[in-house]
Design a protein around this ligand. Structure first.
Ligand code: GTP
Ligand code: MG
Length: 206
């Protein structure tokens, strides 16, 4: 899959402000600072499309990016991060509500309305052990009943051997099968992730 063009569509706090045009969606979820916005930039070959920062808590709204790939278009959805100790408690609640409202609006139980959500990209920093918040978010993503793609970010910070060791440990504590090791810095894992997205896009086209 070749990305031809990407546009920022909107930043929203609530579902009534989400884009009117319905397209397949891929949402990025993960702890603050794990590299969600950077991953969007790297996938789209753009340096400053999604705002990033070394200070956790940069993304505060639900951001929709429309990606054109020739025949098909889809949204990449950037969410605020969860659970970072340095983010004020009051703000954490706001981020949580914003993200929960997103998932609630996308997971429909009605038979006539098909959810646009094609997959959740769950980002984990391979250097960190899975704490309570990772376990919670992992079971939440599994409970959605939509495909999920586990992505280990910042893989450039580990040697190949160390990465395998860390991933094996995390696979046990979170029961992960497949994963993609990704780096926004080197672009490692980019082709693999684009392939996984395109497979899920095409799967649902039939
Ligand atoms: P919030 O919006 O706060 O939830 O964070 P985020 O998950 O969007 O993280 P963001 O993309 O803003 O990146 C956080 C920091 O990690 C920035 O300083 C990035 O430059 C850095 N970073 C992100 N991805 C990578 C990576 O693959 N490798 C390295 N070395 N640094 C990365
Ligand atoms: Mg962000």
């Amino acid at each position: 899959m070749k990305i031809q063009n990407v546009e920022f569509i909107c930043s929203a706090t609530a579902p009534e402000h989400y884009p009117k045009e319905s397209l397949p969606e891929f949402v990025i979820i993960g702890k603050s600072n794990v590299g969600k916005s950077s991953l969007i930039n790297t996938l789209c070959n753009r340096k400053k499309l999604a705002k990033t920062s070394s200070t956790p808590g940069k993304t505060r709204l639900v951001n929709f990016f429309k990606v054109h790939t020739g025949a098909l278009a889809f949204y990449l959805v950037d969410l605020p991060g969860y659970g970072y100790a340095k983010v004020a408690k009051s703000e954490k609640g706001v981020f949580k509500r914003i993200s929960e409202a997103y998932f609630k609006s996308r997971i429909t139980s009605g038979e006539d309305t098909e959810s646009p959500l094609r997959a959740t990209l769950l980002l984990l920093d391979a250097r960190r052990d899975a704490g309570e918040s990772e376990k919670e978010i992992y079971s939440f993503v599994e409970s959605l009943g939509t495909p999920s793609i586990t992505v280990f970010t910042k893989s450039d910070k580990l040697s190949r051997g160390a990465l395998i060791g860390r991933v094996n440990k995390l696979k046990k504590s979170l029961a992960i099968n497949d994963y993609i090791a990704f780096s926004s810095k080197s672009g490692g894992g980019k082709a693999e992730l684009l392939k996984a997205i395109s497979e899920r896009l095409l799967e649902q086209e039939d």
